[in-house]
Write a protein that binds this ligand. Structure first.
Ligand code: GLC
Ligand code: CA
Length: 568
């Protein structure tokens, strides 16, 4: 079966379409590289590692929030949307970073957080200093409390990170925060909120930013009448465009306004939505060319390593993107999830109440519970599968080193509000939180912070980081880093039209094979037992292909191979 193919230009990297099939590398700035030894990654650190990114072969960088922040939520609590946190740099260094990336042929996508600000944002301070009913309060979502003296919250809602979603201010009113207490939600019915975000989009676009990653894109529009529904009522309501809080249809009016701003630039600025929605059809609205243009698809991040699941996910998502005119996206790891090398070393999870891998972290990361080697082997195979697919691949810093999740973080050193807002009795969806994938990267085998900087690291790095450091893998044949480099180089060379054809002959049982235009064949063996290697010139494999007896070439279990075959 050939998936619907789009009429896209033959050279997908042609400037206006650079995003369609880009390999985008996510940098979590405070944990990437530290240039001044204070234990916190910074823009200077990123600038110094641009040659590394160039050698890795990524098309773009997505930078998680670098704005001034008290770090109540890892920087997703923004004090000022148009500045750089002084702890990690200056606007001048930002410009220098943009120039260095662009000189290296790498685009820059920045994270934008429009659902909420931090409680230190000047607007929120003004709201607190202003009376009930003022314009300053109307930019956020304030309500009177219930009970005789308004001492009860306006509703019994819980925040995404657990704990109450409403917090009381000194004069007795309450404000809504869908996330941490320090993250008050904006009121997107207020025209000044619209104007201010358009100002921000232009501010960064004028500084050369190529695109935006839109945080919680499904949350902005809300419909809160006088009488608020209860938590139970909210949970029972369908998320079909009419839910009071999530994925409301009118959110797309905001993105239509933003599209007009994006299109003021040449090439048009791009955007990718983080939108947790009920169905792929609803996701497609965010990806529309009249809106943000692209949306994350987290299906692979949530799937077990399984040929049938993977095939269904690819088929569905290609059909969806063809219907919207966008390109599809693929993600295995990011700053919110348990790293895929770890997930794939664990038995498939039983339920869906906690994030995949979170139970293992919660149990203290026991050695008995995991096959680390198998996890990494599968992760490498999965990544090569991903990099052969049409569409954009979003990679998370450290996955190119084969990093596992760090489970061994003492409670006292954890930072994530998803940890601090819960208790041992009531751990939420995130378990112990998301710090385990945010530990500063190991660049060297030795040194106080494994080359992250000259000082320490703001989250503790385990001893095993030495063997996963850039230094340990650089130039080593077969290392995960060298596999990523070679795969990205080949991808750049082989990438063409956004279509694939499943090879039904090779795709049997645990094996999934698809061909891209130009005779590029990707074959993944999801099973344990080796299978025969299909014909073709071997370009790259995620594990050695030689049989145990050294005689014949085979495709072992948990391995992906790329082949080039003559076109029929
Ligand atoms: C998004 C981010 C996450 C953050 C949340 C609140 O889901 O990816 O890291 O905590 O939004 O901004
Ligand atoms: Ca620093």
């Amino acid at each position: 079966m050939t998936t619907p193919s789009l009429t896209v230009p033959a050279a997908p990297q042609a400037d206006a379409d650079w995003w369609r099939q880009a390999a985008v590398y996510q940098i979590y700035p405070r944990s990437f590289a530290d240039s001044n030894g204070d234990g916190i990654g910074d823009l200077g650190g990123i600038i110094s590692r641009v040659p590394y990114l160039q050698q890795l072969g990524v098309d773009a960088v997505w930078l998680s929030p670098f704005y001034p922040s008290a770090l109540a939520d890892g920087g997703y609590d923004v004090d000022d949307f148009r500045d750089v946190d002084p702890k990690i740099g200056t606007l001048a260094e930002f410009d220098e970073m943009v120039a260095a990336l662009h000189d290296a042929g790498i685009k820059l996508v920045v994270d934008l957080v429009p659902n909420h600000s931090s409680d230190r944002h000047e607007w929120f301070r003004e709201a607190l200093a202003s009376p009930k009913g003022s314009n300053a309060r109307a930019r956020y979502i304030f309500r009177d409390g219930k009970g005789e003296n308004g001492e009860l919250p306006p509703a019994d809602w819980t925040s995404i990170f657990s704990g109450p979603a409403w917090t009381r201010v000194p004069d007795g009113q309450w404000y809504l925060h869908s996330f941490a207490t320090e993250q008050p939600d904006f009121n997107w019915e207020h025209p000044e909120v619209h104007e201010d975000f358009k100002h921000t989009l232009r501010f960064w676009s004028d500084r050369g930013v190529d695109g935006f990653r839109i945080d919680v894109a499904h949350g902005l529009a809300k419909d809160l009448g006088e009488v608020l529904p209860s938590k139970a009522e909210l949970q029972a309501m369908p998320k079909d465009g009419t839910h009071p809080l999530w994925d409301r249809d009118e959110v797309h009016e905001i993105y239509a306004e933003w599209r007009a701003v994006f299109n003021e630039y040449t090439p048009a600025r791009t955007a990718v939505a983080e939108a947790w929605v009920e169905t792929p059809e609803r996701r497609a609205k965010y990806a529309s060319p009249e809106g943000l243009g692209q949306a994350f698809n987290f299906d692979l991040m949530e799937a077990d390593f399984d040929a049938t699941h993977f095939r269904d996910i690819v088929t569905d998502n290609l059909a969806q993107s063809a219907a919207t005119g966008s390109s599809t996206t693929w993600v295995f790891s990011n700053h919110d999830g348990v790293r895929h090398a770890t997930r794939y070393g664990l038995p498939p999870r039983a339920g869906r109440d906690v994030k995949q891998g979170a139970e293992w972290v919660l149990a203290g990361g026991p050695d008995e519970g995991i096959d680390r080697e198998l996890g990494l082997r599968r992760a490498r195979a999965a990544t090569m599968f991903e990099l052969a697919l049409p569409g954009s691949a979003y990679l998370y810093q450290g996955e190119e080193l084969g990093l596992h999740e760090v489970a061994e973080i003492p409670d006292a050193q954890r930072q994530d509000p998803a940890f601090w807002r819960t208790t041992a009795e009531d751990r939420g969806f995130d378990g112990l939180g998301r710090d385990g994938c945010r530990v500063p990267l190991p660049w060297a085998r030795e040194g106080e912070s494994f080359g992250f900087g000259t000082g320490g690291a703001h989250l503790p790095q385990p001893a095993w980081f030495a063997d996963f450091s850039v230094e340990a893998e650089d130039g080593v044949a077969g290392s995960t880093l060298e596999m990523y480099r070679e795969a990205l180089r080949l991808r750049g060379e082989l990438q063409s039209e956004e279509s694939l054809t499943w090879d039904e002959e090779v795709s049997t049982g645990d094996v999934l094979a698809f061909e891209r235009p130009g005779g590029w064949l990707s074959v993944t063996n999801f099973g344990d037992a080796p299978v025969a290697l299909p014909d073709g010139e071997v370009l790259l494999a995620s594990a050695p292909l030689t049989a145990a007896d050294g005689t014949a070439q085979e495709l072992p279990g948990a391995t992906t191979v790329w082949l080039r075959r003559a076109e029929a």
